[in-house]
Design a protein around this ligand. Structure first.
Ligand code: FES
Ligand SMILES: [Fe+2]
Length: 393
């Protein structure tokens, strides 16, 4: 916990997290545990950054919609009759009931409570028995809408109407992933989200981390991606994401007991893509684990200072999911992935416990933790800028 609250000294101290990795130290434990810091972080990060909420594939047809929640904000993403992608708050502008749950196809959103009816674009179309209500202007009670952007088939929203566009700040990731053509990939949509009792950054840093790859996960399911083959490419200064290439000990490797791709290889891959994995991250929500036959996408949704949810989906080559035996082959990959993920989850839960301890310190990094450094380089200026804004206000 922060003994003396947020302060200039605290935010100055964060600078050491953003130093070159040889000199850097980890963020203070309070950044992962403290409710006041989380409240600050919502404004510093979540209110202004692009947040991945799902795949465009989930709302292909007019009337399709899905719902999600991030930082306690219930959200609807819908496809209008005109084919436009819309993101909006799910909170009824009458008395705050949620106007939609789950996913489906609809003509509009009828609030179950008193039947106020909203269009797929969020406009309030009908509000029964409001004719005696003075100065009630329907057009002022639409669902609040958010900016959207689609990158490689992933839908991002932004609560900040003035946020600069995302994709041009993702060039390093776009270039690395171009051969996979993820916008056209077959999507294995996430089932119910995982619910976790640790800070969203603990999850994000674990998704990032190559240092633990053949230590925590040492064994036949993971040894083909050794930590020593981590490569951290130089990134543009204003990058909105970062990545690690990790060489594999053989071509077309994949997470399963055979260590070989069981599904069709993405058709556009070059030799270099078939001899490595890519771990790509767009904080604060999206992590990608990219191999020659399968891309696992993880959508991390913060729900509190020490809690978050995560949607886990999979992308495969176009047409792969309709080939005979796909379910069995995917089952082999997922069995391995689940075993690896359970090792990660065990660590994450205990890291959060450790971070709450009075003996948790600001640690130091190995060169194999370059992605943690990139994450800190992304977070720290956002924290510091938000602190400066708060002081100016
Ligand atoms: S709360 Fe939605 S119509 Fe009343
Ligand atoms: Fe791991």
């Amino acid at each position: 916990m922060l003994a003396s609250g947020l302060s200039d000294a605290f935010f100055e101290s964060l600078q050491s997290a953003a130093l070159p990795i040889e000199h850097a130290e980890t963020l203070p434990p309070a950044c992962y545990t403290d409710p006041e810091f989380y409240a600050f972080e919502k404004e510093a990060v979540f209110n202004h950054e692009w947040l991945c909420v799902g795949r465009e594939d989930w709302v292909k047809a007019p009337g399709d919609y899905f719902t999600t929640t991030i930082i306690d904000e219930p959200i609807i993403v819908a496809r209008t009759r005109a084919g436009e992608l819309k993101a909006m708050s799910a909170v009824c502008q009458h008395r705050a009931m949620l106007v939609a749950e789950g996913a489906g196809n609809t003509r509009g959103f009828v609030c179950p409570y008193h039947h106020w009816t909203y269009g797929l674009d969020g406009a309030l179309i009908n509000a029964p028995a409001m004719d005696k209500t003075c100065n009630f202007d329907k057009s002022a009670f639409g669902l609040p809408t958010f900016k959207t952007e689609v990158w490689l088939g992933f839908v991002f929203i932004n609560f900040d109407a003035d946020a600069p566009p995302l994709a041009r700040r993702l060039s390093a990731l776009t270039d690395a992933l171009a051969p996979f053509d993820l916008a056209a990939a077959d999507d294995q949509r996430p089932q119910a989200p995982g619910v976790y009792d640790w800070n969203w950054k603990v999850m994000f840093e674990n998704n990032n981390d190559g240092y633990h790859a053949n230590r925590l996960h040492h064994g036949p399911l993971h040894d083909f991606v050794p930590s020593a083959l981590s490569v951290f490419p130089e990134l543009p200064k204003d990058t909105a994401g970062y990545l690690r290439f990790n060489g594999t000990t053989h071509k077309d490797a994949s997470f399963n007991a055979t260590q070989k791709a069981l599904l069709p290889i993405f058709p556009g891959l070059r030799d270099v893509d078939r001899n490595r994995m890519v771990f790509a991250n767009i904080p604060p929500t999206l992590s990608l684990v990219v191999g020659p036959d399968m891309v696992i996408y993880l959508i991390v949704r913060a729900t509190g200072p020490e809690t978050h949810e995560m949607d886990t989906g999979v992308l495969v080559a176009p047409g792969a999911s309709t080939q005979e035996g796909f379910g069995h082959r995917m089952g082999m990959n997922m069995a391995a992935a689940m075993e690896i993920i359970s090792q990660d989850l065990h660590v994450d839960a205990l890291v959060q416990k450790g971070l709450r301890s009075r003996f948790a310190v600001r640690g130091r990094y190995s060169w194999q933790e370059g992605a943690q450094s990139a994450f800190n380089a992304w977070l720290t200026p956002r924290y510091q800028a938000a602190w400066a804004r708060r002081k100016d206000a």
